[in-house]
Design a protein around this ligand. Structure first.
Ligand code: HEM
Length: 319
C-alpha cells in the first residue's frame, strides 16, 4: 500500500463517522481535531479512583473505624448493583422467563457476597475500638440506608412490608401514605417511652420520605412480585430463585448483620443501646419482624418458622 493511501478499513470507519456526525448536524472535522488533542484514557480516571479513595473520612482516630466505613460503602455499592438488576426486570418488555432468571441469579450472587463478607464486621474489628468510635456516630445508623429500603419496595407489594401485627389490615389497595406510616421499620424506630419517632427516623424521613413514597407508587405494578404474577406459567426454576431471594434478603443477610449487633452490643445484664435507638434485640431478628417478600410462595409452617432454626444455631450456638 502506498504511504499516502489509507487502509480501506480506516476509510470505511471514516465514512461511518461522517454519516453519524451528519445525521446529528455536527462538524466532523472539529471532532477529529478534538481527538488529536485528547489525552489517552487512564484506569484511574475511568473508575474515578482518586474520588473513590477520598471518600473514607473517619470521625475518630481509631484505626478500625476505617474498616467500618469502607464495609458500609462496599455494601451500598452492592445494593446499587442489586437495584440496577431490579430496574431491568421491572422495565423489560416483554419479560421472558430466561431474562427474569438471569437477572435474579445476578442478584443472588451479590447477596451471597454480602452475606459471606459480613464476617468483616462481626470478626474484623476490635470490640473495644468499635464501642468507642460508635459514640461519635450518634444518631446515625445503617437503619438510614435508603437503598436497603428501595430494594425492599422494588421487590414486593409494599403492604407485605407492614409491621407484623397490623399486616393483615392492609392490602394492595391501601393508600401509599397509610402504608408508608406503617412500614415495619417506621414502627421499629418509635421510642417506647414517648411514642415519638426517633431522631434517626425523623432525619431519614426528611431526606428520603418523598422519594420512597414515589417509589411505592411507581412500583405498584412492576415490583418483582407483580412481574412474576404476570407470567402465565412460571417455571419451577424461577419460583425457586424467587424463594432464594426471599431467604437471602430476609433471613441470611439480616442474621449475618444481627450477628454483628450481638457481638458488639450484647452485654450482661443490660445490652448496649444501638446508635439508631431501636430495641435491636426485638427489632433485628427475622423471626420477630417476619419480613417476607413473597408470602404466597411459602407454606404456613415455613412462614411460622421464618428465621428460627438458623438464628438459634448460628448466633447462640444451640441446636
Ligand atoms: C458492627 C457492625 C454493625 C452493627 C453493630 C450494627 C447494628 C445495627 C443496629 C443495632 C441496628 C438497628 C437500628 C438501630 O437502632 O441503630 C441496625 C440497623 C441496620 N443496619 Fe446495621 N450494624 C452494623 C453494620 C451494618 C452494615 C455494614 C450495614 C450495611 C449497610 C448495616 C445496615 C443496616 C441496615 C440496613 C439496618 C436496618 C435493618 C432493618 O430495618 O431491618 N449495618 N444495625
Amino acid at each position: 500500500m502506498h504511504e499516502n493511501q489509507f487502509d480501506p478499513q480506516i476509510l470505511d470507519k471514516i465514512h461511518l463517522l461522517q454519516e453519524k456526525f451528519k445525521a446529528s448536524g455536527q462538524d466532523m472535522l472539529s471532532y477529529l481535531e478534538g481527538l488529536l488533542y485528547a489525552d489517552y484514557l487512564t484506569y484511574w480516571e475511568y473508575i474515578n479512583l482518586d474520588v473513590l479513595l477520598a471518600l473514607q473520612q473517619p470521625k475518630t482516630s481509631f484505626k478500625d473505624e476505617k474498616i467500618f466505613i469502607i464495609y458500609h460503602q462496599i455494601t451500598e455499592l452492592y445494593f446499587k448493583l442489586i437495584i440496577s438488576e431490579m430496574e431491568q426486570i421491572a422495565d423489560e418488555k416483554p419479560l421472558s422467563q430466561d431474562f427474569f432468571k438471569n437477572r435474579l441469579e445476578r442478584i443472588l450472587m451479590y447477596l451471597d457476597h454480602l452475606i459471606s463478607s459480613f464476617a468483616m464486621m462481626w470478626k474484623g474489628m476490635e470490640r473495644e475500638q468499635f464501642l468507642k468510635f460508635r459514640m461519635s456516630l450518634l444518631p446515625s445508623s445503617g437503619f438510614q440506608s435508603a437503598q436497603y429500603r428501595e430494594i425492599e419496595l422494588m421487590a414486593t407489594d409494599a403492604f407485605h412490608l407492614i409491621e407484623f401485627k397490623s399486616r393483615a389490615d392492609f392490602d394492595y389497595h391501601s393508600p401509599t401514605d397509610d402504608i408508608f406510616e406503617h412500614l415495619y421499620w417506621q414502627q421499629g424506630a418509635i421510642e417506647l417511652a414517648t411514642g415519638e419517632k426517633t431522631l434517626t427516623l425523623k432525619n431519614f424521613e426528611l431526606k428520603y420520605g418523598k422519594k420512597l413514597k414515589d417509589l411505592i407508587e411507581n412500583y405498584r405494578r412492576k415490583n418483582l412480585w407483580q412481574r412474576y404474577m404476570e407470567l402465565e406459567k412460571p417455571e419451577t426454576e424461577l419460583t425457586e430463585l424467587m424463594k432464594q431471594l426471599d431467604l437471602k434478603a430476609n433471613v441470611f443477610w439480616p442474621l449475618a448483620h444481627y450477628k454483628s449487633a450481638v457481638r458488639y452490643l450484647q452485654r450482661d445484664p443490660v445490652d448496649i443501646a444501638a446508635t439508631g435507638g431501636t430495641n435491636w434485640q426485638k427489632y433485628l431478628p427475622p423471626r420477630f419482624q417476619k419480613v417476607i417478600f413473597f408470602p404466597e410462595l411459602w407454606t404456613e409452617k415455613e412462614k411460622e418458622e421464618w428465621g428460627k432454626g438458623w438464628v438459634v444455631k448460628e448466633i447462640f450456638g444451640e441446636d
